[in-house]
Structure formats: structure tokens, C-alpha cells
Design a protein around this ligand. Structure first.
Ligand SMILES: *Cc1c(COP(=O)(O)O)cnc(C)c1O
Length: 496
């Protein structure tokens, strides 16, 4: 029996894993969730001896049951290869009293590579299985990192095209340069005059537009998504939590069955939701600590049970977390409501109409594994400095938000339980913020690539290929549009 997937907004809408991956978002606007969370059927003790690829297979076969063993192993082998600069794929680096799970060793040096390296393979396999003959158009909204990782994954993949919308004034210089220099005839990158929420809402509207879908189907196209609303993003993200547990076991930091805590710098709630799934598969995770930057809508939600996006959108030094509508929270709300699609749909309607909803006390009780924290810009910079001065290890700004939240709010009460902090980006991607955090007077005046060279001297790690590649690369995409021109831009790219 295959594990089926339901929409969070309509219990009747059931599809297989490969169909859910192909579609991205359900027709009713809901997100696909597995009808139950499968068990990890690998004994915990044996995780210590497993490679990343073996761990990936052990996790993914439980969720993607309509893929054959051979298909899944092919996808895994093609994804987690020398695109990553370490055979470990996701090494665990211990600094001070924390273990940083480095998720930035892929092609675009942010954690999005962990899932977006495999999504194109899962998607093209799904297209074959389901006899999809239309060209798949990946529509993506990005707060900076998903865009490049999705472009790198889908560039020149036959049978696909990819369109990325990013907030023109809301990403770091390196993030923008990475995207606008993307090669590949099937790629399209567009800046919008708005923030990430505008980009994400615009993409969701395009998905929901039945007339547009029909018109494009007639021209040979169908839409899918590379955002973490696609279950094909979430499942591969569960893997590295299981892998991290195996590393802690191997290093003798805990014995099989003992818990670890995880801290995740959060924006769209995809990464931490994957940790929640890992826990519900049976992985011993104690607390799931959700770390926000100054856009602390999730912190307030976990404190009060009220989700309220009616507030100022703050541009911070951790742009990939500058989000006020965290899409994947919908999946948690659905679980917490006892899989009540109608109740969830009502809350989501409130969110789109008034920007706000309140969950019941019973639902809050279902979310008690989560704890929230946030770091101000000042605290984030102070954390980069502290960790560097105490251990010589350099955190990027997003990871520093998580690290700050842990040290300032949770370290005391967590005692000796080992903590895994998701390290979501290479410091090279945010060199300006990182270096000014370390010494503003000295580095504040230098240009971006000079800062990268200085960072290399301090960190002693090689400058990643992803950075070298963009140093002199020509800009290939320079379209900038108003946020209400997204549909026209899509048609221009596909139909001209
Ligand atoms: C995307 C991203 C995040 C946020 O992850 P979500 O899954 O959206 O919560 C954090 N840090 C970095 C560097 C990212 O790219």
C-alpha cells in the first residue's frame, strides 16, 4: 500500500508522493502532507555507521513509496555527489558547547542545496511515472537562497523551465549576483519591486489561477514548485537530522535513544518542519527551537497562540529569514488540529483576509515540542563575534541568529543534552555582514570581493567555488517588474 498525500485544506484530495511532487501545491491552495508520518525502520544504533546517501535512502523510501528502490537510489546518487565539496555532504562541526550541522557544502552554499540537488531528479522521475508530457515550469519565489539553488538544480534539465522571482531590494549582493548570472536557456530570473511575501503570494496566486493554467496547458506547459511548499523539498530535509543523530552517536556524544535538541534559523518554516517530521518518525529529538530574526512573527505565535502578520516588514542581515507569512506553518497547524482540513482552511482564510488567526489551547498543546526565540541585529552580530573570538569558527548571519537564541535563551535549561544548530549558509555568502560584525572599523570600508579575501584569511577555509564563479561572471538577467506584473512576465518568457 502506498503512502498517500492529502491536501491540508481538503481531506478528500489524495495523491501519491510522485503526483504531489509534480503538482507542488494542491488545487485547493493547500499543501500536501503524508496521510501519516511513517516510522524510521532503521535501528538507531546503526545510524552511526551509515553514509549520507544510505541515510537518505532509509528516510526517503518511507515517504516516497511509489518510487522504486532503483529510482530512488538513482536520484540520491545523482544528487549527493561531487557537487558537494565534502564526501560527508553535511558535516557536524563542534565549536564550544554546540554542534553546527553544516548544510552549506552544496553548489550554492546554502541549505537549500540539500533538497534542491535532488528535487529535479525526483520531479523528472515523477513526470515519467505519471506520463506527464507537458513541459514542467517551476515557479519560484525566493528570499535569496532558494532561487539560486533551484536555478542550479533545474538549469538545462530537459523537459523543464524555471522562473525565479526575488525581491529586488531584499537580498544580499552575493545572492543577487549568483542569480542574475545564471546560465541555461530554460532559466528566467526576475526582480520584483516588493518584498518576499509579495513574491510568494504572487506565485501562489499564479498557481491558483485556473484560467492561466488552462491557457498554458494548451501551449504545452504545466506549473510546479521548487519552494518548500513542495513535499519533494521537505522529505530530503528530514534526512540530515537523522544523519546528525548518527554523527553524534558515532562521536560518542550520546547513546542510542538519548535525545538531542535542535535549533533552526527559521523563515518559511520548512527546515524546522522537517525536524518535526524526523521526531515523529521516531528520531529522539527533545526540543525543536525555532529561531527568528527581528521579523519575529513565529516567536510571538509560539508565545501567545496568535499568528499576526500585521506588522512592519524589517530588512535584516539574515534576508533569507525576512518573512512574515511562513507557508509551512500551515502543515503544522493541520497536524495540530488533528488533521482537520476544514478547521485549517478556515484559519488560512482568516490569515489571507485579516492577516491574523488564533489557534485553540488544544492545538497549542499539540505544538508543545516547539519553543521560539529571536535575536535582534545587535545580538546576531555579537554572536558572530563571540563564537569567532572563543573558537575561531565563523558563523553566517542566519546561523548566528540560531546560535544567539540558543545561548541567550535555552542553553541553561537544556543542560547536557547535545544541541544541533542548523548552519544554513556559508559565511562567504554574507561576507559583508559577517566581517563588519567581527570588526566594523577595519572591514566596513572594503568592497565585497575584498571582504571575501579577508574572510578567507580569518577562516582559513577555501573560498567556495560558488563565489569564485560569480567574481567575473556577466549579468544575464536584468528584468525588474512591479509586483502586479508577474503573470505578464511568466507569459512573456513562456510564449514569446
Ligand atoms: C531559507 C533559509 C532559511 C530559512 O529556512 P526555512 O525553511 O524557510 O525556514 C534560513 N537560513 C538560510 C541561509 C536560508 O537560505
Amino acid at each position: 500500500m502506498d503512502l498517500m498525500y492529502n491536501s491540508t485544506r481538503n481531506a478528500g484530495n489524495q495523491v501519491t508522493a510522485s503526483q504531489a511532487i509534480l503538482k507542488g501545491l494542491a488545487d485547493d491552495g493547500g499543501l500536501y502532507v503524508p496521510e501519516r508520518i511513517p516510522e524510521l525502520d532503521t535501528p538507531l544504533a546503526s545510524l552511526a555507521g551509515m553514509s549520507y546517501q544510505e541515510t537518505a535512502y532509509a528516510v526517503m523510501k518511507q515517504f516516497l513509496t511509489d518510487y522504486s528502490e532503483e529510482e530512488l537510489k538513482d536520484c540520491i546518487r545523482s544528487a549527493y555527489d561531487d557537487k558537494f565539496d565534502t564526501e560527508e555532504i553535511a558535516p557536524l562541526h563542534t565549536a564550544g558547547d554546540a554542534h553546527y550541522l553544516e548544510l552549506f557544502h552544496g553548489a550554492t552554499i546554502a541549505f537549500k542545496d540539500m533538497a534542491l540537488s535532488i528535487l529535479p531528479y525526483l520531479m523528472t522521475t515523477a513526470a515519467k511515472k505519471n506520463h506527464e508530457t507537458h513541459e514542467i515550469v517551476i515557479l519560484t519565489a525566493t528570499s535569496g537562497d532558494t532561487g539560486k539553488a533551484a536555478l542550479a538544480g533545474f538549469a538545462d534539465v530537459p523537459g523543464t523551465r524555471i522562473i525565479v522571482f526575488y525581491p529586488k531590494h531584499g537580498v544580499s549582493p552575493v545572492q543577487e549576483k549568483q542569480m542574475v548570472t545564471q546560465k541555461g536557456a530554460n532559466t528566467c530570473v526576475i526582480g520584483i519591486l516588493g518584498n518576499f511575501d509579495d513574491a510568494q503570494s504572487g506565485v501562489k496566486r499564479l498557481f491558483a489561477d485556473k484560467t492561466l493554467a488552462q491557457e498554458l496547458r494548451e501551449q504545452g506547459f504545466c506549473f510546479s514548485s521548487a519552494n518548500s511548499i513542495n513535499i519533494g523539498r521537505l522529505v530530503p530535509q528530514i534526512v540530515y537530522y537523522v544523519y546528525a543523530y548518527g554523527r553524534l552517536l558515532k562521536d560518542g556524544r550520546l547513546s542510542a535513544g538519548e535525545p538531542m535538541n535542535v535549533v533552526v534559523p527559521t523563515g518559511n518554516f520548512g527546515n524546522i518542519l522537517a525536524a518535526f517530521y524526523a521526531k515523529n518518525m521516531g528520531l529522539p529529538i527533545g526540543k525543536l527551537i525555532c529561531a527568528s530574526n527581528e521579523n519575529k512573527v513565529l516567536f510571538d505565535f509560539f508565545e501567545t497562540g496568535v499568528y499576526d502578520r500585521n506588522r512592519e516588514f524589517v530588512l535584516t542581515s539574515s534576508p533569507s529569514m525576512d518573512i512574515l507569512i511562513s507557508s509551512n506553518l500551515e502543515r503544522l497547524i493541520y497536524h495540530a488540529s488533528g488533521r482537520d482540513a476544514a478547521a485549517n482552511a478556515a484559519l488560512m482564510r482568516q490569515l489571507s483576509e485579516s492577516g491574523r488567526y488564533t489557534v485553540t489551547e488544544e492545538m497549542r498543546a499539540q505544538m508543545c515540542d516547539f519553543a521560539g526565540g529571536y535575536a535582534t541585529e545587535e545580538q546576531t552580530f555579537a554572536e558572530i563575534r563571540r563564537v569567532y573570538e572563543e573558537s575561531g569558527y565563523i558563523l553566517d548571519t542566519h546561523t548566528a541568529v540560531a546560535s544567539s537564541v540558543y545561548h541567550n535563551r535555552f542553553a541553561g535549561e537544556c543542560g547536557s543534552v547535545p544541541v544541533v544548530i542548523a548552519s544554513t549558509a556559508s559565511p562567504y555568502k554574507f561576507a559583508r555582514s559577517v566581517m563588519t560584525a567581527i570588526d566594523e572599523e577595519k572591514y566596513g570600508v572594503m568592497d565585497d570581493f575584498a571582504l571575501i579575501d579577508e574572510l578567507q584569511k580569518l577562516a582559513g577555509t577555501a573560498v567556495p567555488r560558488a563565489i569564485e564563479e560569480i567574481r567575473n561572471a556577466p549579468v544575464l538577467h536584468d528584468t525588474v517588474i512591479e509586483k502586479d506584473e508577474m503573470e505578464a512576465a511568466v507569459k512573456r518568457f513562456l510564449l514569446s
